[in-house]
Design a protein around this ligand. Structure first.
Ligand code: GN1
Ligand code: MG
Length: 368
């Protein structure tokens, strides 16, 4: 499926070799991603940035290039392989790290990390523990990155009270006439209004530190080495911004410790897998326990619930607004996802004490 726009965009990056195959990768819900193979064996990921979601591609790419260069330096310092442990973005012929095509489409390209894979669901606790290590290390390696130079690529991304306001507006406007069929989900959200501001209140009170976080730590945003099955590289860097450790820990749990996949419609299959929760907490805290404050540790499990709730609320908002944000494959996709996430929230509420106890267990193990 080599289209003319892909060919033109690829050529803007001035690489040797001709394209011999193009495969679209559809796991992500936002950008359009293509694996490009050339006749000189080089492989690249060429991505068209979703400009409805990302309004400032210049700021976005400055963030990503700055962060990945910083990561490369750190990886070299500890003797790692920067070609596999971080993404390496390629400049265009004009020196910019993105290309704007004649229709205003914005493209970027990085070297494909070969012999690696992603998981939509962990196949074992070891897989998920390893992801926890990698996301934890990511935050650790960026601890000395100048956070004030980062652009806010999506305003209020994890500002849950602001997300709640957007949801209320979408339900009020009800432009697609879908409100009546999702009243159960609307009620679920409204019943948890007070949860929305717990973390933002702690930020305002100066009780939680802002860190450089990834903010979209879905399990399929980390690559695993095919040979070792260890996670090696964090990808999908568009939402790197100052944030809370709870956002990164929480979104991983939301996406990876659900007993079912994110769009499973059989609610009886959905719930928090505590074994996976424990494995991730083990991996994540082995890298971060020393740097996290007690208030952060006390809120990690709540963060998992909040990120799940927020994501469900975003799916529901998108459903009410007519599926303008997330990639969907059928008209009910977003409401299925929303109900799925809310079932997971309800199950986490049942198991919150156990989740907190697990976090404390690994705090004891790793905090010096
Ligand atoms: C999107 O791009 P992707 O698929 O990794 C979304 C996340 C959601 C996730 C839900 C920029 O992530 O916030 O949690 O879908 N990314 C953006 O699957 O909105
Ligand atoms: Mg992704």
């Amino acid at each position: 499926m080599l289209t003319n726009e892909i060919k033109v965009a690829f050529e803007a990056f001035g690489k040797d070799g001709n394209i011999i195959s193009v495969n679209q990768i559809t796991a992500g819900l936002i950008n359009a991603t293509y694996l490009i193979e050339t006749d000189i064996k080089e492989k690249y990921i060429l991505q068209k940035i979703n400009s409805f979601v990302f309004k400032n591609p210049d700021g976005l790419m400055k963030n990503i290039v700055g962060v990945t260069k910083h990561l490369s330096e750190k990886i070299k310092e500890y003797g790692g392989d920067y070609k596999r442990e971080t993404l390496n973005f390629q400049p265009c012929n004009d020196g910019n790290y993105y290309f704007t095509d004649e229709n205003g489409g914005v493209w970027r390209m990085y070297i494909y990390v070969d012999e690696a894979r992603t998981y939509n669901k962990p196949e074992s606790s070891d897989t998920f523990r390893s992801a926890g290590c990698t996301f934890g290390r990511f935050m650790k390696l960026l601890a000395d990155y100048p956070a004030d130079t980062l652009f806010e690529t999506i305003a209020n991304f994890h500002n849950t009270p602001a997300r709640y306001e957007n949801f209320l507006k979408a339900a009020e406007a009800d432009i697609k006439g879908r409100k009546a069929v999702c009243q159960d989900a609307i009620d679920f959200v409204n019943a948890r209004k007070d949860d929305t501001h717990r973390l933002t209140d702690l930020i305002k009170e100066g009780k939680l530190p802002l860190r450089v976080t990834h903010n979209d730590t879905k399990l399929n945003n980390v690559l695993f080495d095919l040979a070792t099955d260890k996670s090696i590289c964090v990808i999908d860097l568009d939402t790197i911004m100052p944030g809370l450790s709870m956002y990164d820990f929480g979104d991983s749990i939301r996406s990876g410790a659900n007993k079912a996949k994110e769009d499973e419609d059989d609610l009886s299959k959905i719930g928090i897998d505590l074994e996976l929760f424990e494995a991730y907490a083990d991996g994540y805290l082995s890298e971060t326990a020393d740097s996290l404050t007690d208030t952060e540790l006390e809120n990690l499990a709540f963060g998992a619930k909040l990120m799940t709730f927020e994501c469900g609320m975003r799916f529901l908002t998108d459903y009410l607004e007519g599926d303008v944000y997330f990639r969907t494959t059928h008209p009910e996709h977003n409401i299925v996802r929303a109900r799925n996430q809310f079932k997971l929230v309800a199950d986490m509420e049942e198991h919150m004490d156990e989740m907190n106890a697990i976090v404390m267990k690994y705090k004891e193990k790793y905090k010096k």
